[in-house]
Write a protein that binds this ligand. Structure first.
Ligand SMILES: Cc1ncc(COP(=O)(O)O)c(C=O)c1O
Length: 421
């Protein structure tokens, strides 16, 4: 074991990982494009965009240059009482591309904090109006982050088990097509629901569960007709993951809030955004101190993060990138029939650049901690492909710079893995 591994074991607990001494974390020395390089001379294709954050590959020259320039000008400043061009330009650009009716941006640090902001604003919206609406409605199997509010509205499972008695009450409904509309109407008619939160079109960490835009629209229309605010968690689905720039662009009904993070900075820095409409803003435009939104983080609207986001958007909106995205979607579509036929595959599915399937296995196990998870991970890594299965669900969500050869390598490694179990 190298001294790096030894010290890593001694000092660091990694995310979503138990303490383990039989296995060490791979030490990386660099990354370029979709490739990650380790200290043993091995390389890996990052087929999941490093937890869905990376859009344009690692160490992208254009984003690097923009950040280096910004670093010479202003690295960070308190965002209360001050503003700066990277934040204002990013807000303007996001609002332009989110489209009407979004007109407002609140910056935070990551997906979880941006979700907290949306939840807190929804609850305070009703409080500022003097109405007692405090309940949140959410889909079963959702994942919205690891802070207490975000955990509360997520699926109650092994992630939240130790904290359940500290989490606030949430009404849950099934994802379409299983949604029980009779139950939903009853919940909505209670007039106590402040907001409905959902991952549009694809539930990510809950197992890449894909569902129909029309059915989500029906739920949104019911919520909106009962005055319930709606929060689209686009932390995973944003930035062309599902076929459109934002998944909500496939809907007829506009949610009141859109939450962004992950791909926002192209995978460079943590940054969260909660965007909302004038209807929400109007309720906070008040001189009463109790109507102020008392929320903020030390690194709110960090200029380097905002610059990375602006640079990432420049790249994302280039016609060549869109072509690349369409090409990945088409390649996935061609791979889908091949993988669907495999004896060890159930429910192969695709939305945009996300291709996912369940690995059928004789073992039973709770979904996320399914015993096959580590085996699949190791088999893919041994073939030089980073995929991090969600239990028995394998999925590809690559950076958009992935080449045809690299995609072939990923597909072949998947088939080889499935053949060998
Ligand atoms: C849909 C969704 N919302 C929120 C989050 C939380 O984001 P973060 O990990 O940046 O706190 C995640 C993270 O995976 C996510 O997938």
């Amino acid at each position: 074991m190298s001294s790096l591994h030894e010290k890593d074991h001694r000092y660091i607990l990694h995310p979503f990982s138990p303490y383990r001494h039989d296995k060490h974390n791979i030490a990386l020395t660099g990354g370029k494009g979709t490739q990650l390089y380790d200290d043993q001379g091995k390389s890996y294709i990052d087929a999941i965009g490093s937890w869905w954050v990376n859009l344009h590959g690692h160490s992208n020259p254009y984003i690097n240059k923009r950040i280096a320039q910004q670093m010479e000008e202003l690295e960070h400043v308190i965002f209360a009482g001050f503003t700066h061009a990277p934040a204002v330009n990013l807000a303007e650009k996001l609002i332009e591309h989110l489209g009407k009716p979004y007109s407002q941006i609140f910056f935070s640090d990551n997906g979880s904090t941006a979700i907290e902001v949306a939840l807190k604003m929804s609850i305070q919206y009703w409080s500022n109006l003097g109405e007692r609406r405090t309940k949140i409605l959410a889909f079963k199997n959702g994942y919205h982050g690891d802070t207490f509010g975000a955990m509360s509205v997520s699926e109650r499972d092994v992630f939240t088990q130790a904290f359940n008695e500290h989490l606030f009450y949430v009404e849950y409904i099934d994802l379409p097509p299983e949604t029980d509309f009779y139950q939903l109407r009853n919940i909505l008619e209670s007039q106590t629901v402040a907001a409905f939160i959902f991952e549009p079109l694809v539930q990510g960490a809950g197992g890449m569960r894909m569902y129909d835009a029309a059915q989500l629209d029906h739920i949104l229309s019911l919520c909106q007709s009962h005055g319930v605010l709606t929060i689209a968690d686009e932390v995973m689905t944003g930035f062309y993951r599902t076929g459109t720039l934002f998944a909500v662009h496939q809907l007829i009904h506009n949610p009141d809030f859109i939450v962004l993070s992950k791909g926002l900075t192209g995978g460079y820095f943590p940054l969260g955004v909660t965007s909302y409409t004038e209807k929400i803003a109007a309720v906070f435009r008040s001189t009463l101190p109790s109507h102020t939104f008392y929320h903020g983080h030390s690194f709110t609207a960090n200029p380097l993060s905002c610059t990375a986001a602006l640079a990432s958007l420049d790249l994302l909106l280039m016609p060549e990138t869109k072509e690349k995205i369409r090409h990945i979607e088409a390649r996935h579509q061609m791979f889908l029939p091949r993988i669907s036929k495999h004896r060890n595959v159930k429910d192969a599915r695709q939305k945009g650049v996300i291709l996912a399937f369940d690995v059928s296995t004789p073992h039973d196990g709770y979904f996320y901690t399914h015993p096959i998870k580590d085996l699949l991970y190791d088999k893919m890594m041994n073939q030089g492909v980073l995929m991090r299965p969600l239990g028995n669900v394998l999925y590809i969500l690559p950076p958009y710079c992935i080449t045809d050869d690299e995609l072939d390598q990923v597909y072949d490694a998947i088939i080889h893995t499935l053949d060998s179990i």
